[in-house]
Design a protein around this ligand. Structure first.
Ligand code: GUN
Ligand code: FE
Length: 436
């Protein structure tokens, strides 16, 4: 916890002016870094007023937090993860998606009927997210209403912001253990929505994926999303067996995405995890409707879903973001997720001669920061008018380099080599929520 020093100065700045000094690095556009070495980040009540190489005269007497030679960078946005899968992190990676869900995932999620257990797991998850610099999330809970409120509470308490969804599933789950009736799923969703009163964590409509939801439920969720002006998140074209199953369930839909479109769930700001096997036509539908792709490279490799053509999607102008997909993905820190997405793009290059490009570090960083933050209405990089979302990285304990490093080289090492202890400060929604 941190509070601003209230200092009254006449004229140009108010008592809430605060200045951060350090090596500033942000990603205002894919592949472009904005560097100020050193620079001054001026905040008013937590809102970015500007970034300067030299401090304006009018601010000469404002209080400065001097981070010295440390890197002040944008914090991360994890656009797809499953909170109730945190207990199975790093376990059960021997099966492909559909068997993996039935064997490991559904029994794990069923445990969240126990609210004491939910509290303990979600408190730990929230702490691990914020101390690793993830300040915005788009997250799946389980189908349990009370446990979902507990999750939202714990994220709010830790300083994490974003969207959480109570999961809907009324078929192909574990009957009696992890499955709702259609009526329950609808009425519990409405009860859950009515009980969401959190400042920084907002609800999002979350049909698990097409095989988990009857047509009647999907139609009801489409209406709820429309009537209440809510965004939607789900999964798309992750695995070939899953895609074939959706074809059987929806013989009238030529492609997977149309099973969402049919019910009003395929719309602007709908978040779709994976899209590994989305072909040209499906990718066009993503682009045309303002749907957001979440690439989850670690998960795709772990459960052998496929190698997503992430760089191709970026080139085609799709809105691509990154997700840890805990616990298909086994790495919560987004700096690890970024390097994994760079690796999967290179794996794709190796296997796809038509497509030799891969993600650079600056591009991966953009996808894990600005591209995700924009989902929540933020601008690009350290944009004027945005509440500050930032991490301060102390790379002083990295191995001594063979030559003096420039800022771009330090940035690359920070993405590849950071550990939690290197993150000495985290700012979320204009508040310093972690300080070491
Ligand atoms: N598709 C439906 N549910 C899930 C899930 O929990 N994880 C992943 N990776 N894919 C899914
Ligand atoms: Fe997922």
């Amino acid at each position: 916890p941190f509070s601003f020093a209230a200092i009254f100065i006449e004229g140009k700045r108010s008592e809430m002016t605060s200045i951060l000094k350090g090596i500033l690095i942000s990603a205002p556009a894919p592949g472009r870094l904005e560097v100020h070495a050193p620079g001054y980040l001026v905040l008013e009540d937590g809102v970015v007023q500007g970034v300067y190489d030299a401090l304006p005269q009018a601010l000469a007497s404002a209080p400065i937090t001097d981070y010295g030679d440390r890197l002040i960078m944008q914090s991360f946005a994890d656009m797809h993860l499953h909170a109730p899968q945190y207990p199975m992190l790093g376990m059960g990676m021997d099966l492909p998606l559909l068997d993996w869900l039935n064997t490991y995932t559904f029994p794990t999620e069923a445990r969240f009927a126990d609210l004491d257990y939910a509290r303990r797991v979600y408190r730990r998850l929230a702490t691990d997210l914020i101390t690793n610099g993830t300040t915005r999330v788009c997250m799946f809970s389980s189908l349990h209403t009370e446990a979902t409120w507990i999750l939202m509470e714990e994220l709010e308490r830790a300083g994490v912001t974003g969207f959480v969804g109570k999961v809907n599933m009324d078929r192909n789950g574990l009957p009696g253990i992890l499955q709702e009736t259609t009526e329950q799923s609808i009425s519990e969703t409405l009860r859950w929505l009515d009980g969401c009163r959190f400042d920084h964590i907002k609800p999002i409509i979350t049909p698990r994926f097409t095989p988990s939801c009857t047509d009647e439920l999907m139609a009801a969720l489409g209406r709820i999303a429309r009537d209440r002006g809510l965004y939607v998140q789900s999964h798309l074209s992750e695995n070939r067996g899953e895609i074939a199953w959706v074809r059987e369930l929806h013989p009238d839909c030529p492609q997977y995405w149309e099973s969402y479109d049919k019910f009003g769930l395929w719309k602007d700001h709908t978040v779709m995890a994976h899209c590994v096997h989305s072909d040209e036509r499906e990718r066009q539908a993503i682009k045309d409707h303002g749907v957001v792709v979440v690439h989850c490279g670690d998960s795709n490799v772990n459960i052998c879903s496929g190698i997503c053509p992430v760089r191709r999607m970026v080139n085609e102008g799709l809105w691509v973001t990154l997700g840890s997909d805990i616990a298909g993905g086994a790495q919560l820190p987004m700096y690890k997720v970024i390097t994994m997405s760079i690796r999967t793009s290179k794996a794709r290059r190796v296997t796809d001669e038509q497509h030799p490009e891969f993600l650079t570090v600056a591009e991966g960083y953009y996808l894990g920061t600005t591209s995700g933050h924009k989902y929540f209405g933020a601008g690009e990089g350290f944009a004027v008018g945005d509440k500050l979302h930032a991490v301060v990285i102390d790379d002083g304990d990295f191995p001594e380099a063979a030559h003096p490093l420039n800022v771009e080289e330090r940035f690359e090492r920070a993405i590849y080599m950071t550990h939690r202890h290197n993150i000495v400060s985290v700012w979320s929604d204009g508040r310093e929520v972690v300080r070491r």
